[in-house]
Design a binder for this molecule. Structure first.
Ligand SMILES: [Zn+2]
Length: 569
């Protein structure tokens, strides 16, 4: 094993171990993404080198897969046993990652993605879109995009967010949802079901105060409202809907059992009074369902067969199963995933972002410092990077903390193939080129490996700009151009061919320059780097890889200025 890529034999051995383990698990078709995850779990100190590490992982996975192809899978097992018998043992207990099969009847699969439209989608939401839409594709099933917008008080919907989310869904899923519904438009259905529940004696109107009911719940005692007649409950139901009872004055509860061991399930609240107007349906309803009730009824209405939700919502499942029993419905198959924390974006919530935007702390939902999909897209992330990420993580119930570097390494792999190269010279210094045998032009490849054919043609006959940090007296090489020697502010060309190992720097001819600012999100700070960009076929929305720097996307162009947003290294 060579010590290429700058990694030592210990790191290479670790990568090799997980590559073998993964190849075994996937019958000769190991995947780099899951190996990278395991290597980083064992060696979090390598996170800062994730991109470089991915290259090593890819080559080791490739080597393990070809060992399996050439010598057979048994040979992979023997090799793993030889280098790390424990890893072989673990392999037997390891669950397959990726999208495992859905349980139950999968002949007619209906899934749903149900965000609250109180803002656009964030990176965390993207998991729900990706996993559900991939399953819908796998089983040729349907997917419902449902806006859970019945909370007008704590998380009021943002009118623009409905269209944003529809579009973001399509961006990630690669197609529109099969059905799009807004819960607020479906209110008559929920209210009708609530009334039926009361009429059938499966629910009742409770007029106890919140604290009063808490005491009943804790002491496993029926509240007085529970034993009133159905008729009395229905009268109160009427007063709730007509607006005679104020907010907080009554709720509709599902009649379960006040002695159930899990307190959350004891006569749980299904609908409450909200007099605040809804931005779409206005003031026409006084009683609104809580999420557990609304979602349960709508899942049934849409024929949802499989629900995929966070394991923190297991109580919702339990509550809804009790409701389904009352209605005589079959509850969907339910799968859970653990929480994902994106290390760099730990503290963001949609409502928190909304107020920071209102206060002017951020320029909008697309501010490059935010974890919204709008911001990620504005920086140049492609949908496939998130699809790859979530497919690799799959439906693990473990709580996982990931770093944006993982997303970046997926993205980098994709955009590296499709992005043209350009030059950005930060904090430029002008140098006068002096030579009798001055080459007048330089031809520089659009893509170094020829993934995009053709060249950029530069005229380089007078002065050029280099970065102030590269400027020094003496010998340098202007990349793809010439060896120079700088004296004062004059550079003499010594040779067009590379003649020695002098440092190679990037540069720009004066005629090819436009002023530019690169915006680099760094936590809460937006750092501005002023410089010059190569003026060659620039397009707004294009992502370029900048020499010796990394990827950035052109956000804005006018006559005087180009604005770039940093993507990743
Ligand atoms: Zn009560």
């Amino acid at each position: 094993m060579s010590e290429e890529n700058g990694f030592g034999s210990e790191e290479i051995q670790t990568v090799w171990k997980y590559a073998l383990q993964n190849t075994l698990e996937y019958d000769g078709e190991g995947k780099a993404g899951s190996v990278l995850g395991r290597v980083l779990a064992e060696r979090p100190d390598l996170r800062t080198q994730a991109k470089k590490l991915l290259k090593l992982v890819e080559s080791e996975v490739c080597r393990a897969n070809s060992l399996a192809r050439g010598e057979g899978i048994e040979e992979v097992r023997l090799e793993l046993e030889r280098i790390d018998p424990d890893a072989l043992e673990r392999e037997k207990h390891q669950k397959r990652e990726g999208l495992r099969n859905l349980p139950g009847d999968t002949s007619r699969v209906v899934l749903r993605f149900a965000p609250n439209p109180n803002g656009p989608l964030s990176i965390g939401h993207s998991r729900g879109v990706v996993i559900n839409s991939r399953y819908a594709r796998k089983y040729e099933g349907k997917i419902v995009l449902r806006f859970d917008d019945t909370d007008t008080r704590v998380k009021p919907p943002l009118v623009e967010a409905y269209d944003w989310i529809r579009e973001e869904f399509e961006w990630l899923a690669g197609r529109p949802a099969d059905v799009v519904i807004r819960a607020s438009e479906r209110m008559p259905i929920y209210l009708k079901q609530a009334e039926k529940m009361i009429s059938d004696g499966h629910g009742y109107v409770c007029r106890c105060g919140a604290e009063e009911f808490r005491d009943f719940r804790e002491s496993k005692t029926n509240c007085p409202c529970r034993d009133r007649s159905i008729q009395e409950s229905l009268e109160d139901w009427g007063s709730m809907n007509s607006g005679e009872i104020q907010e907080g004055g009554a709720v509709v509860r599902v009649r379960t059992d006040m002695s159930l061991p899990n307190p959350a399930l004891r006569d749980w609240p299904a609908l409450r009074i909200q007099h605040s107007p809804h931005p779409i349906v206005g003031r026409q309803y006084k009683v609104w369902p809580l999420l557990d009730f609304q979602s349960a009824v709508e899942d049934h209405e849409q024929g949802v067969t499989h629900i995929i939700r966070g394991k923190d919502l297991m109580d919702s499942t339990r509550k809804q199963i009790l409701l389904y029993e009352h209605f005589g419905w079959k509850y969907p198959e339910t799968l859970y995933w653990g929480r994902i924390k994106v290390h760099e974006f730990g503290d963001f919530s949609t409502s928190g972002m909304a107020s920071s935007i209102d206060s002017g702390e951020y320029s909008g939902w697309g501010d490059a410092r935010l974890p919204t999909l709008r911001a990620l897209r504005r920086r140049g992330f492609v949908a496939q990077s998130l699809i790859d990420l979530w497919e690799e993580i799959g439906l693990s119930q473990k709580d996982i903390s990931i770093s944006m570097q993982t997303v970046e390494s997926f993205n980098s792999k994709i955009v590296d193939q499709s992005c043209e190269r350009r030059i950005f010279v930060a904090d430029p210094v002008s140098v006068i080129i002096q030579s009798d045998k001055n080459p007048k032009e330089a031809l520089i490849a659009r893509h170094p490996e020829g993934k995009i054919s053709g060249n950029r043609k530069w005229e380089a006959d007078h002065s050029v700009f280099i970065e102030s940090s590269d400027f020094s007296q003496g010998e340098l090489r202007l990349k793809d151009f010439a060896d120079i020697s700088i004296s004062g502010s004059v550079a003499s060309i010594e040779s067009e061919d590379r003649s020695d190992d002098r440092p190679i720097i990037h540069w720009l001819p004066e005629k090819m320059c436009r002023e530019a600012i690169l915006f680099v999100p760094e936590g809460e700070i937006m750092r501005e780097v002023h410089g010059l960009i190569e003026d060659f076929e620039l397009g707004v929305g294009e992502v370029y890889q900048f020499e010796r720097m990394g990827f950035a996307r052109v956000d804005y162009i006018d006559q005087d200025l180009v604005k770039l947003i940093w993507l990743h290294g």
